[in-house]
Write a protein that binds this ligand. Structure first.
Ligand SMILES: NC(=O)c1ccc[n+]([C@@H]2O[C@H](COP(=O)([O-])OP(=O)(O)OC[C@H]3O[C@@H](n4cnc5c(N)ncnc54)[C@H](O)[C@@H]3O)[C@@H](O)[C@H]2O)c1
Length: 263
């Protein structure tokens, strides 16, 4: 039986762990071929070993060491994907500074660094992959925002000291804007661009960043009252990547158990 993404070629950035790895497993299960575009070689190697145990070899999944915030590296990832699998059907812009995010760092330099990876990196990857999609007259770009983009209440309360950087949330809001501009430009070429905004999801990164005792409060603020697992996010990505979403573009889908509820 063929999957919903049978023989589609996908690049998934930051797929060495967490949600990116969950996307990779689900895309492979749906018949896709995947290139893991990851900066952390150790994480990627572990992911490849895990995927090999599940029966996926080099004919289905490859790793390209990629720094999405570096022009040459982003371009090299697109080229390597075409060399391996012949084309690029889907780009999932999942990578971001999240595991290593320093929410206390309010400096301009750090704000620029977070933008360089989380927002400009997604743009560089889209710029590298779009020409292949446009030439074929078909493509899907799926950007990863976050429900954090909508959490305006997060900044510190109380006595004013200085304007916050809100680096992570700013970039995740920027991803929503990037989605809409790319969607408008690429739509005439049959390339859709959509965005997923997950809520707090129980990845390695979240377990490191969000104090355990805070999690009941997080889930209490959602309609579903349950912790989100990485696998809960994957169905939205398959949908956006599939033929079912052929006429859906420029949209943001919050997969957060009913937390942010924008729109
Ligand atoms: N986990 C959550 O609660 C949550 C919620 C909303 C949105 N998100 C977003 O989902 C995505 C994945 O989240 P996660 O929890 O799996 O995070 P994570 O930090 O575990 O995974 C991100 C991956 O991206 C890689 N990466 C970082 N910089 C890179 C670069 N310059 N080039 C290539 N790869 C790079 C990391 O090595 C890592 O493997 C991120 O965009 C994150 O912001 C996560």
């Amino acid at each position: 039986m063929s999957g919903r993404l049978q023989d589609r070629v996908a690049i998934i950035t930051g797929a060495g762990q967490g949600i990116g790895l969950a996307y990779t497993k689900r895309f492979l299960a749906e018949g896709a071929k995947v290139v893991i575009a990851e900066i952390d070689v150790e994480r990627a190697r572990k992911a490849l070993t895990h995927l090999a145990e599940l029966g996926y070899g080099g004919d289905r999944v490859q790793f390209q060491k990629t720094d999405i915030s570096d022009e040459d590296s982003a371009n090299a990832c697109a080229t390597a994907t075409v060399d391996w699998f012949g084309t690029i059907d889907i780009l999932v812009n999942n990578a971001a500074l999240y595991y290593d995010i320093d929410n206390e760092n309010n400096s301009f330099e750090y704000l620029q660094q977070v933008f360089k990876v989380n927002l400009h990196g997604a743009w560089l990857m889209a710029r590298a992959c779009a020409p292949v999609m446009v030439e074929r007259g078909r493509g899907r770009i799926i950007n990863q925002s976050s429900a954090a983009a909508y959490l305006y209440q997060l900044p510190p309360m109380g006595e004013f000291k200085e304007v916050g950087a809100f680096s992570y949330s700013q970039t995740k809001w920027g991803i929503i804007g990037l989605t809409k501009f790319l969607a408008a430009q690429l739509g005439p070429f049959n390339v859709t661009v959509n965005c997923i905004a997950p809520g707090v999801t129980m990845t390695e990164a979240t377990k490191k960043i969000v104090p355990e005792e805070f999690m009941p409060f997080v889930t209490m603020m959602t309609a579903m009252k349950k912790e989100l697992q990485p696998e809960d996010i994957t169905g939205a990505a398959v949908f956006f990547a599939s033929d079912d979403a052929a006429m859906i573009t420029g949209q943001v889908l919050c997969v957060d158990g009913g937390g942010a509820m924008p729109g």
